[in-house]
Design a protein around this ligand. Structure first.
Ligand SMILES: [Zn+2]
Length: 285
């Protein structure tokens, strides 16, 4: 079996470690990204910029640099673009970035409610341009999942890739809004399930600790959840982020092992590891 893998969620730059086992920062170049890919067997990575300095200790390049870096490895790295919706001429910028080769918008991480008018108009533009939108959702950035449902009704043609604790905690119907990484058994019927069922244009990446925690907390539920929604889930890591254990998302193979070790059918695994990504990114191989 030849395993094809697309990592839909990577960065380069400087990130602070949130692990008690690794104090300080991690810095990754585009060459480090390629090294991770070669080491783990990742064929293609989507490289995500961030819309400016959103956290004091994180320095992730913006769109123009991401486009430049991706050109060094055109067969391996796909650039996305992102804008701060509070800026000027943001629509023009997105159109220009897409012309420059960006295949999606993200990581969309802005401190505005997800249904802010400025965000919604960017989502509409992405729908017109035919590019997916990768959204980070938590209590501070793009809250919240209920407002997201109204966005889905307003922009039915946009393709969303959801990520972050504000999305993944809703894998369970039993949610404490203050807890980012809830533990314990999942109560079926959560908003993630409901949204997947009702809105065929919504996907989620399993990256970072939010995806990992959601799919680790109840393995029996995860197996049936992934099987049911394998056409909506995407392998991603949030490289070069540091895991709570002090090792690095991507090279630690935590997300890959999670998918490989649940006893899932090959076609389910293939959907998550690359087939959905090929479709969303409009890649033909
Ligand atoms: Zn990220």
């Amino acid at each position: 079996m030849i395993l094809v893998i697309i990592d839909i969620h990577t960065h380069v730059g400087i990130m602070r470690s949130w692990s008690p086992y690794l104090i300080g920062h991690v810095r990754a170049t585009v060459l480090d990204l390629i090294s991770y890919m070669d080491h783990v067997g990742v064929d293609i990575a989507v490289l995500l910029p961030l819309p400016g300095r959103i956290e004091p200790d994180t320095i992730i390049p913006g769109t123009e640099k991401v486009i430049r870096l991706s050109k060094e490895y055109p067969d391996r790295i796909i650039p996305f673009c992102v804008v701060d919706p509070r800026g000027i001429k943001v629509e023009e910028k997105v159109e220009r970035y897409v012309k420059m080769g960006c295949r999606g918008l993200g990581e969309y991480k802005v401190p505005l409610p997800i249904d802010d008018r400025r965000s919604v108009s960017i989502f509409k533009l992405c729908a017109d341009l035919g590019i997916p939108i990768l959204v980070h959702m938590d209590n501070r950035f793009n809250p919240d999942i209920r407002r997201f449902i109204s966005v889905l009704n307003e922009v039915p043609d946009a393709v969303f890739i959801m990520h972050g604790p504000g999305w993944w905690k809703h894998i369970s119907a039993n949610v404490d809004e203050k807890t980012d990484y809830p533990k314990g058994k999942v109560t079926p019927g959560g908003l993630v399930e409901k949204i997947f069922r009702e809105y065929k244009n919504v996907y989620a990446d399993i990256s970072a600790y939010s995806g990992l925690n959601a799919l680790r907390r109840d393995p029996a539920y995860s197996k049936s959840f992934i099987s049911k929604f394998s056409n909506r889930l995407l392998y991603g890591t949030d490289f070069p982020g540091i895991s709570p254990e002090g090792n690095q998302f991507g090279p630690n193979k935590a997300h890959l092992n999670l998918i490989m070790n649940l006893g899932l059918d090959t076609n389910i695994v293939d959907n998550v590891l690359y087939k959905n990504a090929l479709r969303i990114l409009d890649i033909h191989v």
